[in-house]
Structure formats: C-alpha cells, structure tokens
Ligand binder design. Structure first.
Ligand code: FPP
Length: 224
C-alpha cells in the first residue's frame, strides 16, 4: 500500500542548535529550511498530502521571545513560498485555529491558500495553533450548533482535515515517542515511525528508508 498522507512532528530544532552552541532560534531557522527540502522529497516520492506540525496549541507556553520568533519565521515563510508553491504545483492549506494570530498573518495564510487552490501535485498542510483536542472541541461545537447528528462520518467531515484522507504514516523526529496532540483522530490507523534524528538533520535518505519499511508492514485495519 502506498503512502497518500504523511504527517510529521518536526521535533528537535532547539537541541540541534544547542548542540552547536547556538541559540534555539537558529534551530528553528534550519527547521524551516528543512520543510522545503522534505516537501521536495515528498513531491519526488509521489506523496499527495504532507501535514506538518508547525505550531501547537501548547507552544504558547514557550518564552514570549521564542513565540515571537516562530511567528515572524512563519510570516517570512508564507511570503517566500508563494512563487515556489506555484512553480512546484503545491497546494497550501492550514489546519488549526488561526483566529488567535494577528489579522495580517491570518490574511497572509488565507491569501496563500487562495493563491494555490488550483495546484494539485501535493497538498502541504501546516498545523498552526493546532491541537487535536481543540480541533475536536471546535468540531463538536459546530455539529451541535447545526443540530447535526453525531456519527464518525459527520465528525470526520467537520474536522479541519475534512478535505484530506486519513493519515497513513506518521513520523516523529527528535527521539520522543508520543503524538503530542497531533492528528489523533486522523491517525487512528497510521503506521508510526520514531527516529532519534533531530528535525534539521532529517533527510531524503531517511524518509525513503522509512517508506521502504512502511511498504513491508501489514496494515490490517482491525481485520485479520
Ligand atoms: C520543535 O523543536 C519544533 C517546533 C516548535 C515546531 C516546528 C517548527 C519549525 C520546523 C520551524 C518553523 C516553521 C515554519 C512553518 C516557519 P523544539 O524547539 O521543540 O526542539 P527541542 O525539543 O530540541 O527543544
């Protein structure tokens, strides 16, 4: 079976920088560059959906300076990527509650989504102020307000990820073995891969090896 939807928890930027006696910001900068690199790999490998955990609902607990830096990096990223997305036929989408971000940043996110809505080689999904529990809370509220019946299908179709297929494969870099509130519903049957490699060091080669291993795993979805 092939990987249609790959999700990645990009962990280890801070440690990567600390190992080099550099400030944590430096690691985030390298991490942002790695997004471009791995997105190109996914294009090459024929993956159609790539979800990336860029900013979680829990990341607000970080020092304000680091939060500001991440938001500024995101701003820069959205500006720089416009032409690259178009040229590479990449559709950009965001998931998460972006209403908390400054108006200008929200507009920029929407603009890039609109700008690339005809692109169809790969959909890159950035999780911004995203947490599965918050997504489910917002979804249930929406269904309740609309007097909708609650079924697995109606929930799936009302999540931020309504337009995307289930996650086939989930990778976490940086050595921890947990999901940290990322795409919990959507990853119910995902194959999980954990690597000690810190995100800025993650490579096409390692991704290709994991895909190779994925193809050897038997996915039974609860059957036999
Ligand atoms: C985890 O590293 C990384 C994050 C906070 C999320 C990912 C962010 C990026 C890849 C950079 C910014 C992204 C965009 C889209 C501009 P960590 O700081 O938790 O690392 P540590 O566990 O070593 O401290």
């Amino acid at each position: 079976m092939e990987v249609k939807h790959l999700a990645i928890i990009m962990d280890g930027n801070g440690r990567w920088a600390q190992k080099r006696l550099k400030p944590r910001f430096f690691g985030h900068q390298e991490g942002a560059k790695k997004i471009q690199n791995i997105t190109e790999s996914c294009l090459y490998l024929g993956i159609k959906y790539l979800s990336l955990y860029a900013f979680s609902t829990e990341n607000w607990k970080r020092p304000q300076k680091e939060i500001d830096f991440l938001i500024q990096l995101l701003n820069q990223y959205l500006t720089q990527k416009k032409q690259i997305y178009l040229d590479s036929n990449i559709r950009f989408r965001s998931i998460g509650d972006i209403s908390i971000f400054p108006q200008k940043l929200q507009a920029k996110i929407k603009e890039l989504e609109n700008f690339t809505k005809h692109c169809n080689k790969l959909t890159q999904i950035l999780a911004l102020n995203y947490g599965s529990k918050d997504e489910l809370r917002r979804t249930f509220l929406k269904l309740h307000k609309n007097n909708s019946i609650i079924t697995q299908e109606s929930i799936t179709q009302s999540l931020d990820t309504a337009d995307f297929p289930e996650v086939d494969m989930l990778i976490r870099t940086g050595g921890e073995q947990r999901l940290s509130n990322f795409l919990l519903w959507q990853s119910a049957y995902a194959e999980l891969f954990f690597t000690k490699t810190l995100w800025p060091d993650f490579s096409h080669k390692e991704l290709a090896q994991m895909l190779e291993e994925f193809s050897l795993r038997q996915r039974r979805f609860g059957g036999i």
